[in-house]
Design a binder for this molecule. Structure first.
Ligand code: PLP
Length: 402
């Protein structure tokens, strides 16, 4: 018998299934609102001009080669990534209390965090928001966490944050629990805590001695301002919390397939960083040995050049402005159609996504019209364009009235 005869199909990965169904659809009106990737007004992927400039410079740089990178990653990238995250004046940077470790995208940074927390620090319980990004639970399960618990987050009635429920759930967390907090532009809900709410969350984390892992995959996408979008991790670090922060440059650099991320480790005892580094390196060594160069080099080239850095900030603004414009256009279209219900949350939610509030049955209707979106009702606003937004609104209107 074949060794593989008992292998069963795993459930499909929803976003990638939607991509395939959309690619296969012959409907000229089809719209892909599934995957969280930026699109232009023409519905096309966007290679940031500053990325092209950096790549041209790299192609002509005769000093570069394809030798292995250090296990912890490209040094120029690691330090630059930390400056973007915390700002160069933050005390964790000036007091050398933070170090970065290059990861394979945000996912790799999270996987590295989970592995370290389990194997080196013996954590076994992790709390994720309800709902959360589809991969958090799997990543921690793969690292061997035996308990993956949820804290309340989304309030379906207010279509906002249930901060009281969240704090109550975290207050009940057993000792030695990890909590994953979305730093900004929560995926999938697009709902973030206010500064006052962050203060309450910090208080609970400190009270229960929870280990905080921030996931920051959308820095720049919420307000268009990198500093504003990193407010929460900066605040926690200000308050002398030991932290992990998993950064992704997939979205804000449009480098999805280069797999470039960074795990920032903040230790209030700076003298422990060499030991932490040595354990991180061993952890990395058995997973991917050393990370890929191309994306790291692009990000480092841009962040370490004043003119490129300014260009990049402008291009992030281009992306976040277009997304904001599409939020307004979708809401305006629904209002024009008189679609039953209140749709103001689409404008209020931030980042790349909107949690529309459409039910599973209504989503099914959208899919039947070849508007591809997650079963949870999440849409990627970046998939909307001036050409397709009226069609999407019309389908939503019909779905709600059906
Ligand atoms: N975390 C969140 C909340 C995300 O939405 C994503 C990507 O969709 C990631 C992490 C991972 O990003 P990457 O593609 O860099 O692995």
């Amino acid at each position: 018998a074949c060794v593989f005869s008992d292998v069963q199909s795993a459930p499909p990965i929803e976003v990638f299934l939607l991509n395939r169904l959309c690619a296969e659809s012959k409907d000229p009106n089809k719209v892909n609102l599934g995957v969280g990737a930026y699109r232009t007004d023409e519905g096309k992927p966007w290679v940031l001009p500053v990325v092209v400039a950096a790549e041209l410079q790299m192609a002509n740089d005769k000093t570069l080669n394809h030798e292995y990178l250090p296990v912890a990653g490209l040094p120029d990238f690691r330090t630059a990534a930390l400056r973007v995250l915390f700002g160069s004046e933050h005390k964790v940077i000036t007091e050398n209390k933070v170090e970065g470790f290059q990861g394979l995208g945000g996912t790799g940074a999270l996987r590295l965090a989970a592995e370290f927390l389990k194997k080196i620090l013996n954590y076994d319980i992790v709390y994720v928001s309800s709902p959360t990004w589809g991969n958090h639970k799997g990543i921690f399960k793969a690292a061997g966490f035996s308990q993956i618990k949820e804290y309340r987050y989304w309030d379906a009635d207010t279509r906002g944050l249930n901060c009281a429920g969240m704090c109550e759930d975290l207050m009940a967390a057993p000792p030695k629990s990890v909590v994953i907090l979305h730093a900004v532009a929560h995926n999938p809900t697009g709902v973030d805590a206010t500064k006052e709410e962050w203060a309450q969350i910090l208080h609970v984390c400190r009270e229960r001695e929870l280990f905080v892992l921030f996931d920051i995959a959308y820095q720049g996408f919420a307000t268009g301002n990198l500093d504003e979008d990193a407010w929460a991790p900066r605040y926690f670090a200000d308050q002398d919390m030991d932290l992990f922060v998993a950064q992704s440059f997939s979205k804000n650099f449009g480098l999805y397939n280069e797999r470039i991320g960074n795990l920032a480790v903040v230790s209030k005892d700076a003298s422990k960083l060499p030991e932490i580094r040595s354990q991180m390196e061993i952890t990395i060594r058995v997973m991917w040995s050393n990370p890929p160069n191309h994306g790291a080099r692009i990000v480092a080239t841009v962040l370490n050049n004043k003119a490129y850095y300014e260009d990049w900030k402008g291009q992030i603004r281009t992306m976040s402005d277009r997304i904001m414009k599409m939020r307004h256009e979708l809401t305006d279209n629904l209002k024009k159609l008189g679609t039953p219900g209140n749709w103001d949350h689409i404008v209020k939610q931030i980042g790349m996504f909107s949690y529309t509030g459409l039910s599973a049955k209504q989503v099914e209707y959208m899919l039947s019209k070849n508007v591809f979106m997650l079963g949870s009702g999440r849409i990627s606003i970046a998939g909307l364009t001036p050409k397709n937004v009226a069609y999407v609104a019309k389908c939503m209107d019909e779905a709600v009235r059906a």
